[in-house]
Design a protein around this ligand. Structure first.
Ligand code: GSH
Length: 217
């Protein structure tokens, strides 16, 4: 049987978007397998049989091996398809890029994930406006910390240097999500300059939600 990589994902999922960017930057073909999060498809048996954590993204390799967690997937892709590199060659650069990426993946994203927002609304009876205030507060707080990190580093076109890295793969989807919830993005000059530079690249355009086969306006 002829295998090819499959990406289980959802157009609006920022963690999925990270992996789509990495695949596009590396020019790797894959089959897009939509998992409709808003309809709860990730919690149904069909997907639970595939994904242990019932989250997207999940990358199924040519031989059927399944990988979860977007940053682990991106680092796997970077090691197995090294060009263009998404991590710097030097250890200090890699630590800086991973720190930026983790600022988003570990400090911002988990407390604003779909299941967390649903828990606030359903179990804790938090109203729509208060829920959105929660979201905007933590995204804004996290992006201000991200901006301070960038301000301590040499100026580059992207988050780190003049080529896109893992940090940019994380930043761009987070900005898309921030905009969806009307989070103020003023006063973040380095962050937004990196975002704009990324969005000028075809790979980021191709990976964005509106370019996905399961996109819904
Ligand atoms: N740390 C994980 C996060 C994965 C994740 O939380 N994905 C979200 C979509 S962005 C999801 O599947 N959410 C389902 C839910 O919250 O019920 C990663 O980086 O892959």
């Amino acid at each position: 049987m002829l295998w090819r990589m499959k990406l289980y994902n959802y157009f609006r999922s920022s963690a999925s978007f990270r992996v789509r960017i990495a695949l596009a930057l590396k020019g790797l073909p894959y089959e897009y397998v939509p998992v409709h999060l808003a309809k709860g498809e990730h919690l149904k048996t069909a997907y639970a049989d595939v994904s242990a954590d019932q989250l997207v993204p999940l990358l199924e390799l040519d031989d059927g091996t399944r990988l979860s967690q977007s940053m682990a997937i991106i680092e796997y892709l970077d090691e197995t398809s090294p060009e263009p590199p998404l991590l710097p060659r030097d250890a200090l650069g890699r630590a800086r890029v991973r720190a930026l990426a983790q600022s988003i993946a570990c400090e911002i994203h988990p407390i604003n994930n779909l299941r967390v927002l649903k828990y606030l609304a359903r179990e804790l009876q938090v109203g729509e406006e208060a829920k959105n205030t929660w979201y905007r507060h933590w995204v804004r707080t996290g992006l201000e910390a991200f901006e301070r990190q960038l301000a301590q580093q040499p100026v580059g076109r992207y988050c780190w240097g003049d080529t896109p890295t893992l940090a940019d793969c994380l930043l761009v989807p987070q900005i898309f999500n921030a905009r969806r919830f009307d989070t103020p993005l003023d006063g973040l000059p380095r962050t937004m300059a990196a975002f704009d530079a990324c969005m000028a690249l075809p790979a980021f355009q191709q990976a964005q939600p509106s370019a996905c086969p399961d996109f819904e306006a």
